[in-house]
Ligand binder design. Structure first.
Ligand code: BV8
Length: 260
């Protein structure tokens, strides 16, 4: 199967073409494919990642502030931090990597994405089978009742629950909080039953999400990692593509469309 890539890939252009071809060959044989994505997936949309040099961690330490304790310590600071991130997402849009991944659903018998991202960009770009492991920044819930709030009492900052008056909070999973049960189980099952498991744009540092790659590997999936830098789970890779998701994923899609 031979195809010529259209774009010029960053990092020397041809550097990843052999690895991309290896990934395409694995994927052409796969029926069930799933992916785990992280902040790097949205980096080319202009959304700051957590650990890259201009990342979110440098300004606000999520280990302190993306927690129940941090929110209770300074609700206004944390609420405004999320508002700033919501605005960043509102002023951005999904990139070619999201769109290519959405196309995978039409190619494989089963394709799903487990994302650590809270920006909603996978669904926005057309993916339907998406597990939002860490919630969604545009949803709010009552801090006490844990119920989703469609409306807020906006007479204060942060706003409050209109039913019980407790603080409203973003419907995201903070450090020290368990992931939504059904979402985790669905992502776990998809990892366990995949023929190929793609890991895109994640440093692989946050658990249990990062552990999905090892679950896939342990159940005989071939693991394809896409990241311009090293990650903490590179050892699991059968194919390691050092490149940007917004460039590599469209190339993989082109290869699949040429090869199928
Ligand atoms: C849990 C939502 C069970 C909020 C996030 C103490 C007590 C309790 C738990 C722990 C503890 N100590 C450790 C833990 C476990 C903890 C954890 O893993 N900590 C780590 C830091 C050690 N996990 C938890 O707390 C989880 N819950 O364990 O519950 C429990 C419960 C109670 C008591 C005990 C146990 C919950 C974790 C969820 C946290 N919420 N997000 C918000 O966003 O504000 S995590 C957040 O950070 C993201 O969701 C994501 O998961 C993580 C960031 O990781 P990445 O996405 O990988 O981003 P990063 O910047 O790191 O990397 C970007 C990558 O992209 C880089 O590799 C870069 O090279 C690459 N890249 C850059 N550009 C591109 C690119 N790739 C491709 N293309 C490009 N163009």
């Amino acid at each position: 199967m031979d195809y010529k890539h259209k774009g010029t890939l960053s990092k020397g252009g041809m550097v990843n073409m052999d690895e991309i071809k290896n990934a395409v060959e694995l994927l052409l044989k796969a029926r069930r494919v799933s992916a785990l994505t992280g902040a790097g997936m949205s980096a080319e949309s202009g959304i700051q990642t957590f650990r890259d040099k201009d990342g979110i961690w440098t300004k606000m330490d999520p280990m302190k502030w993306a927690t129940r304790e941090g929110y209770l310590e300074n609700p206004r600071l944390v609420w405004e931090w999320y508002e700033a991130r919501r605005n960043q997402v509102k002023n951005s849009k999904p990139n070619d990597g999201h769109r290519a991944m959405a196309e995978f659903e039409k190619i494989f018998g089963h394709f799903s994405v487990a994302t650590q991202n809270i920006d909603g960009f996978h669904k926005l770009s057309g993916s339907k089978n998406v597990h939002e492991l860490h919630g969604n920044i545009f949803r709010n819930k009552c801090f006490d009742e844990n119920k989703i709030l469609e409306e807020l009492d906006e007479s204060t900052i942060p706003p409050r629950c209109p039913h019980c008056g407790a603080l409203a909070r973003p419907d995201v999973v903070w450090f020290g909080e368990v992931l939504p049960q059904e979402v985790w189980e669905a992502a776990f099952d998809d990892a366990k039953n995949s023929d190929v498991y793609m890991v895109v744009g994640t440093s692989g540092t946050v658990y249990p999400a990062a552990g999905l790659a090892a679950i896939a590997k342990k159940n005989d999936a071939k693991v394809v990692i896409i990241n311009p830098e090293d990650s903490e789970i590179d050892l699991l890779a059968d194919v390691l593509i050092k490149g940007k998701s917004g460039e590599v994923l469209p190339e993989i899609l082109r290869g699949l469309q040429a090869g199928k």
